[in-house]
Design a protein around this ligand. Structure first.
Ligand code: HEM
Length: 462
């Protein structure tokens, strides 16, 4: 790693330890303060000096070259190892990383989405049916229940077996525990990762993890012993896949990838959906415009039509712009001496894309603190001006899945229930685990079942 701070761009003057603490405690306001002073590029002292970049051209230089002038080593993501394991696609590098990505990507693309459409629809319907009119609920717990159930069914194909239910419950607890500020502190300070018993946060996390591990390995063993070629879930696809040398994934690889999909896929999508519900109901004009679009759909719309709805797409895009659930890309490292925005960087220099700062650039997004879906109808942003899912060698594997899930769940819920925020006060973003989430619980209430759709009324009137 490059350690000579004098050669790094715009190093922050405060002591390194204080920088790390501020980064853990209030990452958004800290990044904003740094950008105010240093604009597009500055160096923060985390456990190593890290160059934060939010200039679109510089991001293009990094992300379109991250297998040439830069690299994207998994060792730098070792913060995730205690949660995901050593063989997770996030924590491995080079050829092994590319192999694992090639095995993981197919289940999340193209035609497969249609199969998940039914799952998303059924799970969302099940959640809606549990709501009672007038009874408040926490948005976060609902969106987490939706994404967790969808993930369990799509990824594991686990339906109602006792193991499935136990796994779902334990994974939910594990994710809640991993999201507490204390757990994040433990991730940043490995020397704190000591098991001091079940009543301590790290001890509790370890125990939950062991229980989840055991269930995952049992599931993998069962599948090996009782293969069923008719299964179409993601675990079955992964177990049947072979790399270029004809080798299947090992049990450890399968286990670590399952944990990765559960952690990376749930926290992010549940949080994004929670934000979307908040903004849609905070701003009546947004909700009205969205309902106008949804009410023109048939009763059982084709998922492909929902995917392409322009205003729904704009609302989801703006949700991920204003508070991108992942504040940063995963780190990249300079491989050969190069110039970035006029700074000469040495091999080993660590660089991250600040997705949050990029999405709040006044020159790209005027009045960036305002939620305005219209931006995405009026202008097309390049992949380096808008990058909620990152780019290059580590671009998010679940992008299409997450976008599909958000759109389907929103369309279903908004079409058949009228919801309202219990409290219309401001909500800010704060760190929740490794993602950016609302700073306080957002409560909503079901006002009524929605009346007949406009399209149906038109038919009756004619
Ligand atoms: C709204 C939801 C989501 C957001 C905003 C999001 C965002 C991101 C970002 C920013 C990265 C890092 C990209 C980079 O460094 O260039 C990433 C990586 C990743 N995401 Fe997502 N993600 C979401 C949902 C999902 C889902 C649903 C899954 C899986 C089902 C998933 C799996 C992954 C994996 C495995 C990686 C690591 C890829 C690698 O290391 O090669 N994500 N995601």
């Amino acid at each position: 790693m490059a350690t000579n701070m004098t050669q790094l761009p715009n190093c922050l003057p405060t002591p390194g330890f204080l920088q790390l603490l501020q980064w853990i405690a209030r990452p958004i306001s800290y990044m904003e303060a740094c950008a105010k002073r240093y604009r597009d590029i500055f160096t923060m002292q985390l456990d190593t000096p890290t160059v934060f970049v939010s200039n679109p051209q510089a991001l293009q230089q990094i992300l379109s070259n991250d297998t040439k002038d830069f690299e994207a080593p998994g060792e730098l993501n070792s913060i995730f190892k205690p949660l995901l394991g050593k063989q997770s696609v996030i924590t491995i590098s080079g050829a092994q990383h590319q192999r694992q990505r090639r095995l993981l990507i197919p289940p999340f693309h193209g035609e497969r989405m249609k199969i998940y459409g039914q799952v998303i629809n059924d799970v969302t319907e099940g959640v809606i049916n549990q709501w009672q009119i007038g009874k408040p609920f926490s948005v976060r717990s609902v969106t987490q229940a939706i994404t967790l159930q969808i993930m369990m069914q799509a990824v594991f194909g686990l339906y109602h077996s006792p193991r499935a239910q136990l796994l779902q419950q334990l994974v939910g607890e594990f994710l809640d525990q991993a999201g507490t500020p204390l757990s994040v502190t433990f991730l940043y300070f490995p020397f704190l990762q000591r098991d001091l018993g079940p009543l301590t946060p790290w001890g509790r996390q370890l125990r939950l993890q062991r229980e989840v591990d055991q269930l995952l390995y049992e599931e993998i063993r069962d599948r090996r012993e009782n293969p069923d070629p008719s299964r179409t879930d993601i675990l079955s696809l992964l177990m049947g896949s072979r790399d270029e040398e004809g080798q299947p994934m090992t049990d450890e690889e399968l286990h670590d990838e399952l944990m990765t999909l559960l952690v990376a896929g749930n926290e992010t999508t549940a949080t994004a959906l929670a934000w979307a519900f908040y903004w849609i109901h905070k701003l009546p004009a947004v909700r009205e415009k969205l309902l106008e679009e949804l009410d023109r759909l048939d009763d059982n719309p084709d998922p492909n039509i929902i995917l392409k709805l322009p205003y729904l797409n704009a609302v989801c895009s703006e949700t991920l712009r204003i508070y991108p659930v992942a504040m940063l890309t995963l780190p990249r490292v300079v491989k050969t001496p190069l110039s970035l925005m006029g700074y000469e960087l040495e091999p080993g220099t660590l660089v991250v894309g600040s997705i949050y700062l990029l999405h709040h650039r006044e020159d790209l997004y005027p009045q960036p603190e305002q939620f305005k879906p219209e931006r995405f109808l009026e202008r097309q942003f390049s992949p380096y001006e808008y990058l909620p899912f990152g780019g290059g060698a580590r671009r998010c594997i679940g992008q299409a899945f997450a976008q599909f899930e958000m759109k389907m769940a929103l369309a279903k819920i908004l079409s058949c229930r009228e919801l309202e925020l219990v409290d219309r006060g401001e909500v800010q973003a704060k760190r929740r685990g490794l993602v950016t989430a609302p700073d306080r619980p957002v409560q909503m209430v079901v006002k009524s079942e929605r009346a007949l759709k406009a399209s149906s009324l038109e038919l009756i009137n004619n």
